[in-house]
Write a protein that binds this ligand. Structure first.
Ligand code: FES
Ligand code: MG
Length: 591
């Protein structure tokens, strides 16, 4: 036992304050717990439950929690399961992004305000992972994450169909008249054959893999498919381990160091991780107090090759990733190149290097050797210019066809110019994209604005816009897309996204007009509208005189509250006033 007394003693066994002890204790006895248990100095372990009928990606945690409880009991702890505000990526309107910070806030209150000594974070669907990790970081109590795991591989007519990724393809087939409404729905549904989260390298697989790379979950646990026996077994082991973590007082701040974040950036490139990862890791770093400027993603991540051959960038899906060895196999390849800080501490109490000793890729076509990657540069390029302060792009998803169309000038092979076509939010785009009057050509640049954390509350995943149907029929499958919103991690689109500041926060994207010429330079990372500064200043004065960039009114109280205090995507889209609260477990006591 550590010397530090368990914080739950303050509730359940405090002879200096019998009145409050009795009050706290009696209600937790009412479902059958005994005084013997609650006063026996056993750690009380919260199970932060993110699964529910509303959150199907994480719903299997309702089953796995039984094995977590078994593990906690076997190690001498007492489990107490409680709900986390649901976040379902595909089901929540207007965006799931709106709810990450709400779940964060409510989990901070649950962990801080109740008799909990350590917590198992049940992670999975995109925003559930950062929400849970951010809360554990703010509170800084012993915490371990348990992924729910991806779905089994989807199949349709003998081919793997991946979550999300199949939708982008099916939309094009529907727009081109190759399938009808029923065929469309059937094709998309084939990608979801079991419990679990998206089986592609979308934001969920990305964030669950990065959680393991950060050291916050058990080695090898991220990639186990949800229905596999190993998933329930690692749930048991996670329950076992958290009890010892409480005894060792091993906290998120011990694990989430700058080295751990740099490891995660390198792993993100090697797995072909989602463009949402920088937003969530920035948020987590800010809540734990680690300096992680956006430029770190290019400095440490851009030149790391893509090793994991999963859709959307590659061919395979979640089950293949697991059978190939998962995150430890990826780490082993990177460790072999000295790209990983191997002495970073993990939830096991051992280092990342120790956890990965002897690991290797078992299926070298799924997790490639470093010398034979899927793509040579798996990371993100950071852009700046006169339209925004920062935005990111995954260079590796630029297709040869896209390159031929936009980057065909032999004197300037890494830059292109084109006419902007500007949309204000996803509804505007959906109404107008197929309107021939817009004059969209195969070298147009599609702009999406009004889609950032304030403009479309939470920031919509809408920057990857499909071309008009008439261009798709001519074989043009992707246009250059730029915007202040996000993009689904399941999309392989070559977009410049997460532009900050957004139009709704005074960003210069608000000044852009359809027909303006824009120049993009992939080498220098510049994105500029080719009009003089004086004209931009005139446009700004006119916009401000008219009340600024207009965005839809608040629909719920939380939309208004969050819009008033959320940061931009480049700084993690966090609740700015929350950042100063660090290690609040130390503040415990009377208010
Ligand atoms: Fe939940 Fe993809 S929608 S993980
Ligand atoms: Mg998503």
């Amino acid at each position: 036992m550590a010397d530090k007394p368990l914080r739950s003693r303050a509730w359940f066994d405090n002879p200096d304050n019998p009145d409050m002890t009795a009050l706290y204790l009696e209600r937790y006895l009412n479902y059958g717990l005994t005084r013997g248990e609650l006063q026996s100095n056993k750690p009380i372990i919260g199970i932060a439950q993110t699964g529910s009928d509303l959150a199907p990606c994480n719903r299997h945690h309702l089953v796995l929690a039984e094995r977590v409880r078994d593990g906690i009991r076997a190690a001498g702890g007492i489990p107490m399961e409680f709900p986390v505000h649901p976040i379902q990526e595909t089901g929540k309107r207007p965006t799931a992004g709106l709810d990450r910070n709400l779940a964060y806030l409510s989990l901070v209150e649950s962990l801080y305000g109740y008799p909990i000594d350590g917590v198992v974070l049940t992670i999975g669907c995109d925003k559930t992972t950062p929400a849970c990790l951010m809360a554990a970081a703010t509170v800084d109590m012993p915490a371990i994450a348990l992924s729910v795991g991806p779905m089994l591989n989807g199949w349709h007519e003998g081919k793997r169909t991946g979550s999300g990724t199949i939708i982008w393809k099916a939309r094009q087939m529907l727009a081109a008249g190759e399938i009808d409404y029923d065929g469309f729905l059937e094709l998309v549904a084939s990608s979801a054959p079991s419990v679990g989260y998206c089986n592609t390298m979308g934001t969920a697989t990305t964030m669950n893999s990065l959680t393991e790379a950060l050291g916050m979950s058990l080695p090898g646990s991220a990639a186990i498919p949800a229905p596999y026996r190993e998933r329930a077994q690692v749930a048991f082991e996670t329950g076992l381990r958290i009890v010892d973590m409480v005894r060792e007082d091993l906290k998120p701040s011990d694990i989430l160091t700058r080295d751990a974040f740099l490891n995660a950036i390198v792993v993100n490139s090697a797995i072909g991780g989602s463009t949402n990862a920088p937003i969530h890791l920035t948020a987590l770093a800010r809540h734990v107090g680690v300096d992680l400027p956006l430029g770190d993603w290019e400095t440490h991540g851009l030149h790391v090759p893509l090793l994991v051959n999963l859709q959307p960038a590659g061919e395979y899906l979640g089950e293949d990733y697991f059978h190939a060895g998962g995150v430890p196999a990826v780490l082993a390849e990177l460790i072999g190149q000295n790209l990983i800080h191997t002495d970073a501490l993990t939830v096991t109490g051992r280092t990342l290097g120790e956890n990965c000793a002897g690991k290797t890729s078992i299926l070298p076509d799924v997790i490639r050797p470093f010398g034979d990657p899927v793509k040579t540069e798996g990371g993100f390029k950071i852009f700046t210019g006169n339209l925004f302060n920062s935005a990111i792009m995954k260079l590796s998803v630029i297709s040869p066809e896209f390159r031929n169309r936009y980057l065909s000038n032999p004197d300037d092979p890494n830059a292109f110019e084109g006419e902007a076509v500007v949309f204000d939010g996803p509804e505007d785009y959906h109404h107008r994209i197929d309107d021939p009057a817009l004059g969209i050509t195969e070298t147009s640049l599609l702009f999406m604005r009004g889609a950032g954390p304030i403009g479309y509350p939470g920031a919509a995943e809408v920057v990857n816009m499909r071309p008009p149907a008439y261009l798709i029929k001519q074989g043009v499958h992707a246009l250059a897309c730029i915007g202040d919103g996000r993009q689904s991690g399941t999309s392989g689109s070559a977009s410049i996204l997460n532009a900050s500041p957004e139009a709704a926060a005074g960003g210069a994207l608000a000044l852009l007009r359809t027909g303006d010429r824009v120049r993009i330079d992939l080498n220098t990372g510049r994105a500029d509208v080719l009009i003089p500064d004086e004209e931009l200043a005139e446009r700004r004065a006119a916009l401000e005189a008219g009340g600024g960039y207009a965005y839809p009114p608040h629909q719920t109280p939380w939309q208004e509250i969050q819009r008033g205090m959320v940061s931009q995507l480049e700084t993690g889209a966090v609740l700015e006033p929350a950042v100063k609260y660090r290690r609040i477990i130390d503040r415990f006591g009377p208010p």
